[in-house]
Design a protein. Structure first.
Length: 566
């Protein structure tokens, strides 16, 4: 890994916030790095409140969306809540449908089949609406580029409200309302909401229209926090507020579906990271292996016994997903080796029988292995479908845009995207993508980077520092867990490997005459020799509390280690 310090914060600003808050310099530096420079900003950062949420009517077309939904309710119309099959989409559908059903019965939900229909608004979904006398579709986490689909629905007298957070194209769909903070003509103060977050702004506006307060909506925030965690959006601004209060709901009074998913977790308090690795993959597994409808059924179920039954089925899907993911990753790595493609600037692989539900995960695994922009294709009906994943600071969406002539359709973000193409265009696309990556990627980006916030002496680590760091939560993009660099460390002499394949490292470290700290390095088992024989080494690590037999100690979670220079 390349070790890089994050940009050094302005020393005058550090001194100013240190003086205002009466905190140690290390905390002041971390705050300034996160854009916290005044007392008011610190108050919002450390003590976010629901009052910090923006007025939903600041979002372009929100008034039109609310008016159309109220008209549908007044006229007793049937409403269909349509959403993508991933975590963001299924939580958004669960959120908006359960809110509307709390006062209006004529609400149905629809999640497209990943295999029969693919991503986004589908003609099958619109036909389903027509067959069931549905005159209004609310699309969540998709639809911003569905020009033809919205026109198709319009010809059948079906209206659309689009709630999306993906980048719009040059033309917007001809919907009654298009809610997307990334619209160029939308002046909403916060652009980084996930799809479920946009859905929450919609119900917030509806609630306001019905004389409800934000307190009436807190029970829905477990869904929003789950989507924020799964969609890897920045945990800043509104997302920070929604994630913080959503986590409180998850930890105190989650809906039966989420309760059923987490009841066997032994941790007392779940963090955003726990949601990412425990809750999100299970919700995702439904759409990957069976059908996203199962996730919505789980998340909208009010009977705990029934929710536990749904959760048990989803747990099985997750186990199946793990097996598929392992097998396909193995086959993809073999394909790269057999084709001698280990030294390319990009990875593009294809096998017609790979399970479409796990190709995104496989793409992430290949990025971990070769660290370069990666696309994994499989056969989907008459076409090939793919998932793309990128490396830090490389915009894979822009790269796909440069190869658009070879694609049927594509959409996504800087770091993740999906696409389809005709099989005869596969080789041309693969070559074009490699060419554009080779021409535009900085060579440094092909080596994983680890950025640390600050250098620290082990003598500065104490329970007070840990208490303040915990107040930086919830962590996530643009407010990541602080990473520290400490130099010239030595192990007590008892460093050892852990894990079935000795893949982890356990050590007990000190710096000069400092107090000793336990240290754990997941995936660093191959670096045992770096710390052995009292060798001096440098480490990048985060701080965590280690609970063992009712005793809590501070522990370094090692992210990388290298021999000290001199």
């Amino acid at each position: 890994m390349r070790w890089n310090p994050k940009s050094k914060p302005n020393s005058e600003k550090v001194q100013a916030i240190q003086s205002i808050l009466q905190v140690d310099e290390i905390i002041a530096k971390l705050l300034v790095q996160r854009g916290v420079e005044t007392f008011e900003q610190a108050k919002t950062f450390f003590r976010p409140t629901l009052a910090d949420l923006h007025n939903p009517y600041l979002m372009k077309d929100m008034d039109k969306a609310v008016a159309r939904i109220e008209k549908a309710i007044a006229n007793n119309e049937n409403i269909l809540i349509f959403g993508d099959y991933d975590v963001d989409g299924t939580t958004a559908v669960s959120l908006v449908s359960s809110y509307l059903r709390s006062f209006y019965p004529n609400v149905a939900t629809y999640i497209p089949d990943r295999y029969a229909e693919g991503y986004g608004i589908s003609y099958m979904g619109i036909d389903y609406a027509e067959d069931n006398d549905i005159s209004l579709i609310i699309a969540l986490d998709c639809g911003i580029k569905s020009i033809e689909h919205v026109n198709y629905a319009k010809a059948k007298n079906i209206d659309f409200i689009i709630c999306d957070h993906h980048r719009p194209g040059d033309i917007l769909p001809d919907a009654v309302a298009v809610l997307d903070p990334k619209r160029e003509d939308c002046s909403y103060p916060y652009d980084e909401l996930c799809g479920c977050g946009v859905g929450f702004k919609l119900i917030q506006a509806l609630a306001e229209n019905r004389n409800q307060t934000i307190d009436d909506l807190v029970l829905y925030l477990d869904l929003v926090a789950t989507a924020i965690a799964a969609d890897i959006v920045p945990i800043t601004g509104e997302n920070r507020v929604l994630a913080k209060f959503g986590l409180e709901v998850i930890n105190s009074n989650p809906r039966p579906g989420i309760k059923a998913l987490i009841q066997n977790v032994k941790k007392k308090v779940l963090t955003i990271t726990d949601v990412v690795f425990i809750v999100a993959p299970r919700i995702n597994a439904a759409g990957r292996i069976k059908h996203g409808n199962e996730a919505v059924a789980l998340l909208t179920e009010y009977d705990l016994d029934q929710a536990e039954q749904f959760a048990s089925e989803i747990e099985q899907h997750n186990s199946d997903r793990k097996e598929l993911d392992k097998q396909i990753t193995k086959e993809a790595l073999l394909q790269i080796e057999e084709n001698n493609e280990q030294n390319r600037f990009s990875t593009v692989v294809y096998q017609e029988n790979w399970h479409k539900g796990v190709i995104g995960i496989v793409a992430s695994r290949l990025v971990e292995n070769y660290y370069r922009p990666t696309i994994v294709f499989t056969k989907s009906g008459e076409k090939l479908a793919a998932s793309a994943r990128s490396v830090k600071d490389f915009d894979v969406y822009n790269a796909l845009e440069a190869c658009a002539e070879h694609l049927e359709q594509f959409g996504g973000h800087m770091y993740a995207a999906g696409m389809t193409l005709l099989e005869e265009n596969y080789e041309n696309f693969k070559n074009a993508f490699e060419k554009i990556v080779q021409e535009t990627i900085h060579p440094d980006l092909l080596t994983p980077e680890i950025s640390y916030d600050a250098e620290i002496e082990l003598s500065e680590i104490n329970p007070k520092l840990m208490r303040l760091l915990k107040q930086f939560e919830p962590f996530g993009p643009e407010n990541m867990t602080p990473l520290f660099l400490a130099k010239n460390l030595t192990d007590s002499g008892y460093a050892k490997n852990l894990g079935t394949d000795n893949e982890h490292l356990k050590a007990f470290v000190k710096q000069g005459n400092s107090e000793s700290f336990g240290a754990i390095g997941f995936g660093l088992g191959n670096k045992l020799d770096v710390v052995s024989h009292k060798n001096k080494f440098d480490a990048i690590f985060s701080l965590e509390e280690n609970e063992w037999k009712d005793t809590v100690t501070l522990q370094l979670q090692l992210r990388d280690i290298n021999s000290s220079n001199g």
